[in-house]
Design a binder for this molecule. Structure first.
Ligand SMILES: Cc1cc2nc3c(=O)[nH]c(=O)nc-3n(C[C@H](O)[C@H](O)[C@H](O)COP(=O)(O)OP(=O)(O)OC[C@H]3O[C@@H](n4cnc5c(N)ncnc54)[C@H](O)[C@@H]3O)c2cc1C
Length: 399
């Protein structure tokens, strides 16, 4: 898309040379490259994280000194060059996807200087303390209290579905600082997860894994300097953060689809067989797979266009709800299509009779449903699209 622009070609050459010198082949997602690379994968991963952090390419579009300050089109070239090598950006998570961009917009200079560099170097992990047992879709109904105690807030309450809280160093958290108002009584604070009184308890899922936690806060002292934006002004910041989250989830849905199976048509031929012309034997499946591939390609191109249009890649708005929605549908539809192709092998969960790819597909089939809930449910996205994009009458007091 950008191949004809000479400055981008110069950047491509620079990126290609730097990646050739710094990306350890042992980390390549291309099996033929990784298999012959040798090396210590763990040490290579650490070396790769440090190199990308120092270069600023882990957060390519963040402005200097926090990132490389690349134009979106350059970041796109970088992503293409990474993908060419089967390389992943080693610096990710909620810090880069949603909290960092939000802090760049709403944080003061001290907060940016303190929190952004460790995120950009991939040194610290953040979690999101938004949802509560009584506040999910109606997020503004949250009850976790932060009482003003002079130089600090005293936080008491409970969060739920907090992804990765048991591994996180910090939590960006919504708290109630005024009980007489709903949206205007919420503040956005940063909580060090090692503070006494912070108690993350992993929620055990049916497969034994623990992706997320309940987090209990009991008399947790949070210094006033950890308030982002104005007191009782957290709702505006939360809405922006959710837009970054939805944009990131859409991009992740696209990447996960691409990773799950290199080629659905090839897979279909393997499981369903071919006709005398070498085409997939089932014409109905052929049509549906083609339609899915077209939809996926359109989604990838739309994501690329949105990224290219955004100045410095930071601009987001309510249209991210559309991207998140389409991404979650595609992820679900792709997983269901793969399961259908594979028949009984498509619901693989564990066991030696399944291949690695089948086991990954089986797990992905179940997890693909979560995309319609995380970051705000599909129904809530429809409400936001109706209200903020189509200008229809307000269907909900939250969103
Ligand atoms: C994988 C995953 C990771 C998550 N990680 C985090 C995290 O890190 N941090 C965090 O804070 N939260 C996290 N969440 C929580 C997530 O944000 C909430 O689950 C989500 O917002 C829905 O809230 P709820 O579960 O309370 O469902 P509810 O709000 O109780 O909704 C139940 C059902 O009612 C529907 N509904 C509710 N209100 C409306 C309405 N007004 N109009 C139409 N339909 C409506 C919903 O669409 C849904 O189908 C995660 C969730 C998942 C699945």
């Amino acid at each position: 898309m950008f191949d004809t622009e000479p400055d981008l070609e110069a950047f491509r050459a620079e990126a290609r040379a730097w990646l050739a010198a710094n990306f350890p082949p042992s980390l390549s997602s291309r099996p033929e490259v990784a298999a012959t690379a040798g090396g210590d994968v763990e040490a290579d991963a650490e070396r790769w994280r440090i190199a990308m952090g120092e270069k600023g390419w882990g957060t390519p579009t963040w402005p200097a000194p926090y990132g490389a300050g690349l134009e979106p089109a350059q970041a796109q070239v970088l992503a293409q060059e990474l993908s060419r090598l089967g390389a992943q950006n080693p610096i990710g998570g909620m810090g880069t996807m949603m909290f960092g961009p939000t802090l760049l917009e709403y944080g003061n200079e001290e907060q940016k200087a303190r929190h952004l560099p460790p995120i950009a170097r991939g040194e610290l992990r953040w979690c999101q303390g938004f949802s509560e047992p009584g506040a999910g879709s109606d997020l503004a109904g949250l009850q976790t209290r932060a009482e003003d105690r002079g130089d600090h807030f005293l936080v008491n309450g409970q969060k739920i579905w907090t992804s990765g809280a048991h591994h996180a160093d910090w939590c960006f958290c919504l708290v109630r600082t005024d009980t007489t108002k709903k949206h205007e009584g919420i503040s956005f604070v940063l909580i060090d997860m090692r503070t006494p009184g912070v108690d993350p308890r992993p929620i055990r899922l049916i497969n034994g894994a623990s992706h997320f936690c309940e987090v209990f806060f009991t008399d947790v002292v949070v210094p006033k300097e950890n308030l982002v934006g104005p007191l009782n002004g957290g709702w505006t910041i939360a809405k922006r953060l959710l837009q970054h989250e939805r944009k990131g989830l859409a991009a992740a849905a696209q990447a996960q689809r691409a990773e799950a199976r290199a080629s659905v048509p090839e897979m279909a031929k393997e499981y369903v067989g071919v006709d005398e012309q070498g085409r997939l034997a089932d014409p109905d499946l052929r049509t549906r797979i083609s339609q899915f591939d077209i939809d996926l390609r359109c989604f990838q191109l739309t994501n690329a266009r949105v990224a290219a249009q955004a100045r410095r890649g930071q601009e987001v708005n309510a249209t991210t709800s559309i991207l998140k929605q389409v991404g979650s549908f595609l992820r679900r539809d792709g997983a269901e299509l793969i399961a259908e192709l594979a028949g009984w092998r498509g619901i693989a969960w564990e066991g030696d009779e399944f291949t690695e790819a089948e086991l990954a597909d089986g797990h992905n089939l179940f997890y693909s449903k979560a995309g319609g809930i995380a970051g705000g449910s599909q129904e809530v996205q429809y409400n936001i699209i109706a209200k903020r994009i189509l200008g229809l009458p307000d269907p909900t007091a939250s969103a």
